[in-house]
Design a protein around this ligand. Sequence first.
Ligand code: FAD
Length: 288
Amino acid sequence: MIPGAFDYHRPSSVADAALLLRQLGEDARLLAGGHSLIPLMKTRLATPDHLIDLSGVGGLKGVRRSEEVFVIGAMTTEHELIQSEQLAEAVPILREAAATIADPQVRYRGTIGGNVANGDPGNDMPAVMQCLDARYVLVGPGGQREVAARAFYRGAYDTALAPGEILTEIRITAPPPGHGFAYEKLKRRIGDYATAAAAVVLTMSGGRCASASVALTNVADTPLWAEEAAAILAGSDLGKATLERAAAAAEAITSPASDLHGPAEYRVKMAGVMLRRAVMRALSRARA
Ligand code: FAD
């Protein structure tokens, strides 16, 4: 399979990339790791006339910390995310979730920016970002703005990115030390996208759940921030009845398709199962 012809551009700054994007308009696509876009181009599901490669743009790579806020450059690869010891210590769900993505070859090239900006409901990091209440920094013709991951996804491949905008970084406030976390992903075989997955971050105090955040992957057109499920967990003892209620609340907001991952009814139930498992594992990791 051979992609259609395109012109290749390699800007060296965000300003130049934004200018190109504005000038070339709808015929241009940004290229990050290429592990979502290039397969689409090979099958001609995407036929951009221009590719604007971000790999020469300075300042888009790496992780830095400003007090409790971690700033992750959009061109940081999934592999680099896994390798970051400071992230693994303060926001460990990122390493756990990133390690479930595909295989090492994909993770060496695929970037966190491409993963969250693409709007593919199968991607793992968007739900993790919603669970962590991450903010995306977008730079475009109108200047710079910040959009919460929880408000970014509108439909499959439909996001809050406006024409000409580039995602430059992701900002995450680290959860409190001692928090519990888990990313539970059901997949048919190693390297697959999720049949259903759940991200959970919680804190415990005096034997009860003091706070909880829950999000789901690949059980709707967008990642799902499961606000009601989290509200059921918060303040509870995380007993069996509570988990059942939280799982039911999570299942109620899902709307998966029947596809290669399985029938829709099965995937709905698996969302609840992943949530229960994630809560139990997060609980086992939380310090009171
Ligand atoms: P690209 O493919 O370069 O770009 C993807 C899209 O995002 C394009 O439309 C591009 O224009 C846009 N874009 C990229 N960067 C920016 C930016 N900074 N600002 C605005 N728009 C931008 N992912 C998972 O999460 N879980 C999986 O299990 C999984 N399995 C995979 C298995 C295979 C075999 C393959 C090939 C991929 C898999 N992926 C999976 C996807 C992989 O993680 C991708 O690399 C990632 O989703 C996209 O990142 P990228 O850097 O390759 O983006």
